[in-house]
Design a protein around this ligand. Structure first.
Ligand code: ADP
Ligand code: MG
Length: 258
């Protein structure tokens, strides 16, 4: 099954947004991009452009740095900012099956633009009261963007770094997000070493020894995300350490800020 429904279809855009740093935006952007890339690679040419574009609109460039290490031939990373975001999106659209925008942890113009252009805004949050408050603020920006562009913008809070073993505090926290009128993605990104080590090595969980559970978490999270934007789920969950990425250098940083 192809990831893109038809060649004429507008390229779906997902933004990772939060008014606070350290909640897991870049982690989520990275695992989504590398998982969709894995599915494109395995879909045997039966797809649109076969490319995922990551737009790194955070001046810290954490996503660009880890993608440089990963060197995935299907992932293009564009270093952007609020001035260039709209033109970068326009340019990336026809060349991509999916665009993932990673934002800085603050409510800024780039967040408003990104939300206004997105099919889905994901708001990572850790299970804590502080993060409920920040998620409410972030969704406030998404609602302003929706008002500005005159359409609904789908958004979901994604609980991140949740304990592997379900704990009472995490259950309580889920209730708090729901009470605050924040729609939750049904799948969470749990706290795992594989998600930390990938930031040093640029090796996505599905290519890590012992990364199977993290990879399965990413696969079901990606299914839940793709279902919201109406993309076909693509391929089944990773089968261990199979496919190797192509050898040639692949990450094309279209523009680098001096
Ligand atoms: N699910 C997770 N499991 C383990 N560590 C995580 C997880 N999500 C995020 N982290 C770690 O938390 C820190 C902040 O995550 P990051 O994605 O950089 O947040 P943000 O982009 O929102 O600032 C990083 O050190 C990252 O490795
Ligand atoms: Mg980040």
């Amino acid at each position: 099954m192809s990831l893109a429904a038809s060649p004429e279809r507008k390229c779906p855009i997902i933004a990772l947004a939060s008014t606070k740093g350290g909640v897991g935006k870049t982690t989520l952007a990275y695992v989504l991009a590398t998982e969709v890339s894995r599915r494109l690679a395995a879909s045997d040419g039966n797809h649109g452009t076969g490319r995922v574009t990551c737009i790194d609109a955070d001046p810290n460039r954490t996503l660009a740095q880890v993608l440089r290490l990963t060197n995935d031939p299907r992932i293009v990373c564009v270093e952007s900012d609020s001035d260039r975001l709209l033109s970068d999106l326009r340019q990336a659209g026809p060349e991509s099956d999916l665009i993932v925008i990673d934002l800085e942890g603050t409510a800024n113009q780039a967040m408003l633009y990104a939300a206004g252009k997105s099919d889905l805004v994901l708001v990572p949050a850790q299970p804590s009261r502080f993060d409920v408050v920040e998620a409410v603020k972030t969704v406030g920006v998404v609602r302003k963007a929706a008002d500005l562009v005159g359409r609904e913008i789908a958004h979901r809070v994604v609980l991140s770094r949740t304990p592997v073993l379900r704990q009472r505090v995490a259950d309580h926290s889920r209730t708090q997000f729901v009470r605050a009128d924040l729609p939750l993605l049904p799948v969470e990104l749990v706290q795992r070493a594989a998600f930390q080590s990938m930031t040093y090595t640029g090796t996505p969980p599905w290519r890590q020894d012992g990364g199977e559970q993290a990879a399965a978490n990413v696969a079901s999270l990606t299914d839940a995300v793709l279902a919201i934007i109406g993309m076909a789920p693509g391929l089944p969950v990773p089968e261990g350490q199979g496919a190797e990425p192509a050898a040639q250098p692949a990450l094309r940083v279209v523009r680098t800020v001096a």
